[in-house]
Structure formats: structure tokens, C-alpha cells
Design a protein around this ligand. Structure first.
Ligand code: SAH
Length: 351
């Protein structure tokens, strides 16, 4: 009979567990074990980050997408989404507003939309870096060739977010059509690392067909990749996708995985995600208390927010950015943590 608390202590001490040990922890832990994990995760996060929470301003630049992920509401096969894309001017407006509100990182995220050519992206990245030299620019625009990632990096992009979604190739094939390649997605992450980006990856918790084994494989893959950030959130079904009738992930398991990630990689940037706040009213607060240290409020124009519809009941789609920031500030304060106005680079980072 394994003792989960012993495994958690070992993870804290060595920053490593064997696959079977992760499986055991993920499948067998009690509520009390989880409480113990969160306590340790907070102690570790406070050693590296004190009480600071970093903000990332999320700008959802387009919901056109060439891909067809079975879980995602903006997949190209969903004919019922009203498609939009922001103009350069829209995006620069979001940055201006975000800067005033204290954001020092802008994340441009979107579907894989060919309208955003390299030329357009390079111009945008240069312009944002020009106007806000003290800010970091993060891209989250899916899979590209290494040459294209390099162009954006040379234009000044600092970071790239690309969730691996699942480290298991068979599982990947259950979540995506056959023409989408797990190997290619993983290669993208290694390319991004090699170029010199601060890299974020991640996965959904409770996606269809996921097992504790697969989650353990996610942990080991992340350990190997050594990303600067890991974004995880519960899978939340979207009504107009093939997974409409699947069961969503739980806040409980998402929080547990956050705690494990914090102990495995103490210096990680770990967002408490909107999806977590969607399935649990105080999910984002709980995420911070389980080891997370980043929040990514929406900076998109209110007119498009409902259309960036990845999953059902997504929160914060009706509020102005300023309202979102105020609301989050109040929520964060209840946890004893506080927003720091800073780029919030990974502690080991020197560019
Ligand atoms: N096109 C970009 C951005 C994807 S959207 C890319 O390929 O990286 C950002 C993340 O939302 C995805 O990586 C996925 O993990 C998550 N997501 C998509 N649909 C979801 C759903 N139904 N529930 C929870 N998270 C979802």
C-alpha cells in the first residue's frame, strides 16, 4: 500500500517521480492528500515568487481555424460559429487599453488562420514591441514551420504557447482527425525551444478517453521538455462538437495536477485558467491556492468575446477589460496573493 503523502514529499524533494508513482497518486489520492499537496505547492511557489501573481492580457485575434480538433468549439467543422478576425488597429487598441490597466504581457491567440500572414504578424509584433518596449509579446497561433516561428522571434516575439494536448500519440488520435499529427505538434515545441522562445505547453484535464496513465505521461513529457509555462484546464464540452455529450473534467483533478506540476518544476509559470473558473465559481482562486501563479484575463474587444467560443459557458465574455481586471484583483486578494505589474518572465530567464 503506497502512501500518497510520502510520494508527494518525494516529489517535492527530488522534483521527480516514476510513471507508476504518478499514476498511483493521480488515481488513489484522498481529499486529505490533496490538501497536503496544496500546502506544499504554496510553500514552493512562495519560495520562488513570493505572493506575486503575474497577469497576461489575452487578445483573441481570430476564430477562423483550419484545424478540426474534436473538442474545440471553433474547429473548422463547426458551421454554427460566427467567424471574426481583429484588424491590426483593433489589436493595437487592446494593447493600449491593456497597458493602461497594468498588463506587461500581451498574448495574441487564435485559430490557425491563413489571413494572418507572416508579413502581417511581423509588422504587428514589431509595432507592439516598438510602442511598449517594456512588454513581452506572446503568440499562441498553433503549428507552423520552424522558419516561420523564427521570423516571429526575429521580429521580437518573446514567448509561444502551444499545448501538446496529450503526450500519448494514441490518445492524440482519439482527440483529432487522422490528418492532424501528434509528431508534428511535439516537433513544433522542440523547434520553439531551439529558437529561444520561452515556451508554454499544456493539456486538458478530463478530456475524453484520458486515463491516469496518460496524465502521468503528460507529467513526464513536461519534465523532459522543460517549458517555462504549463497551461492546464478542465475539458469543458462544447455543444456543437463531436464531444458535445462527453463528460467534462473536474476542478478537483485539475487542482491536483496543478499542485503536482508546481512540485515537479518549482519555477514554472502556472496559469489558473478561465476554463477552471468556468466549471467552478471560485476555480481560479482555488488554482492560485493549489500552486498557480499566473492569470490571463481577456483583453479582446467585448464585441467578439462570445465568438471565441472554445467551450460552453465560458466566463468573462460580457465584461469590459477594466471590469475583468478589477474583478480578478478582488478575487486574487481573497487568496492572500497580489497582482504584480511586471513582464513576469520565468525566474531563470535571460534574453
Ligand atoms: N489554435 C491555437 C490556440 C488553441 S485554443 C493552438 O492550436 O494552440 C487554446 C487551448 O484551448 C487549446 O490548446 C485547448 O487545450 C483548449 N481548449 C480547446 N477546446 C477546449 C474545450 N472544449 N475545453 C477546454 N479547453 C479547450
Amino acid at each position: 500500500m503506497v502512501n500518497c503523502k510520502t510520494l508527494i514529499s518525494n516529489l517535492e524533494e527530488t522534483n521527480f517521480l516514476e510513471k507508476e508513482e504518478f499514476v498511483e497518486l493521480i488515481a488513489q489520492h484522498s481529499e486529505e492528500d490533496a490538501r497536503f499537496l496544496f500546502e506544499r505547492a504554496r510553500a514552493v511557489r512562495e519560495r520562488f515568487f513570493g505572493k506575486s501573481v503575474y497577469l497576461r492580457g489575452l487578445i483573441e485575434i481570430s476564430n477562423y481555424c483550419a484545424n478540426d480538433c474534436y473538442y474545440c468549439g471553433i474547429r473548422r467543422g463547426n458551421a454554427s460559429v460566427e467567424r471574426y478576425r481583429l484588424t491590426e488597429e483593433d489589436i493595437l487598441c487592446c494593447c493600449e487599453e491593456g497597458y493602461q490597466l497594468g498588463f506587461r504581457t500581451f498574448v495574441m491567440q487564435g485559430g490557425e488562420d491563413a489571413h494572418f500572414t507572416d508579413e502581417l504578424l511581423v509588422r504587428l509584433i514589431r509595432e507592439i514591441k516598438n510602442r511598449y518596449p517594456d512588454c513581452a509579446v506572446t503568440l499562441s497561433l498553433g503549428e507552423r514551420t520552424k522558419e516561420r516561428y523564427q521570423k516571429y522571434y526575429d521580429a521580437g516575439a518573446d514567448r509561444y504557447l502551444l499545448r501538446h494536448e496529450t503526450a500519448n500519440a494514441q490518445h492524440y488520435a482519439q482527440l483529432h482527425p487522422a490528418w492532424m499529427s501528434h509528431e508534428r505538434r511535439i516537433q513544433c515545441l522542440w523547434d520553439l525551444k531551439e529558437i529561444g522562445y520561452q515556451v508554454g505547453t499544456g493539456f486538458m484535464v478530463g478530456s475524453p478517453y484520458q486515463t491516469p496513465e496518460y496524465l502521468a505521461e503528460d507529467m513526464l513529457f513536461i519534465k523532459k521538455l522543460q517549458p517555462q509555462m504549463v497551461g492546464i484546464g478542465p475539458f469543458v464540452p462544447h455543444h456543437a462538437t463531436p464531444f458535445a455529450n462527453e463528460t467534462g473534467g473536474t476542478a478537483e483533478l485539475t487542482l491536483f495536477m496543478l499542485g503536482l506540476l508546481r512540485l515537479m518544476m518549482p519555477e514554472l509559470l502556472l496559469p489558473s485558467t478561465t476554463a477552471l473558473g468556468t466549471i467552478d465559481k471560485t476555480g481560479r482562486e482555488k488554482g492560485l491556492l493549489a500552486g498557480a501563479n499566473v492569470v490571463m484575463p481577456n483583453l479582446s474587444p467585448v464585441s467578439v468575446r462570445k465568438k471565441y467560443d472554445l467551450y460552453d459557458n465560458k466566463i468573462c465574455t460580457g465584461d469590459e477589460s477594466a471590469q475583468c481586471v478589477n474583478c480578478l484583483g478582488v478575487r486574487i486578494a481573497t487568496t492572500g496573493y497580489q497582482v504584480e505589474v511586471a513582464r513576469g518572465d520565468a525566474p531563470d530567464w535571460r534574453r
